[in-house]
Design a protein around this ligand. Sequence first.
Ligand SMILES: *Cc1c(COP(=O)(O)O)cnc(C)c1O
Length: 225
Amino acid sequence: MDKNKAVENLDRVISKVEAARLRVSGHHIVKIIGISKYSTASDIALLYQAGQRAFGENKVQDLKAKSEELDELPLEWHFVGRLQKNKINNLIDLNPTLMHSLDSLELAQELNKKLEAKNKTMSCLLQINSAKEDSKAGVDPDEAIKIYEEVSKTCPNIRLKGVMSIGAHVDDRNIIKNSFEVTKKIFNKLESFSPKYCSMGMSGDFELAIACGSNMIRVGSILFK
Ligand SMILES: *Cc1c(COP(=O)(O)O)cnc(C)c1O
């Protein structure tokens, strides 16, 4: 990627997001997270120069390496991958802006315990396996509200900010749409917790996700190509 390509990629994504959000409402604001897991620190820097500030990684060690390499830039870092128990302390030390992938009550309680020990807090989203796919992480949609309540009640060092889902891994757009709608419905039912983010949509389905109410998209391949 060179400088022009970075500007071109980002402009294309922003135009599409703009059109998709305006189809929902002029008041519907969508935040773009650039998922940099297949890219280098120098490509991230080019996108930063083009105007992108928020980036995300799915491995703690990659988040550490790239955030340290780009230390001098005022970037916002997100964590979107499966968090192994033995990496929890490393993630805490990296102070991510938002952790999107809290995928069980057990992980939440373990994370909370380690946050407490370090006297820190972390903003997180509850990941929901809305398509009920075995290959995917996340809580069962039928249990999501109960677990969200439980985490809110028992994990004071976790600041729950909403929900995250990965769209169904199929070609049928209706099935993908349905998986986004399941998550959006749960997001709506959590109103009393004032959830802020409904993180849904990747390179192949972000416009559909926005139409279904997503206000945070995680795009990698279309931004870093
Ligand atoms: C890789 C990844 C993305 C971005 O995927 P693209 O299809 O490259 O846009 C988004 N969310 C999560 C959780 C990911 O692991």
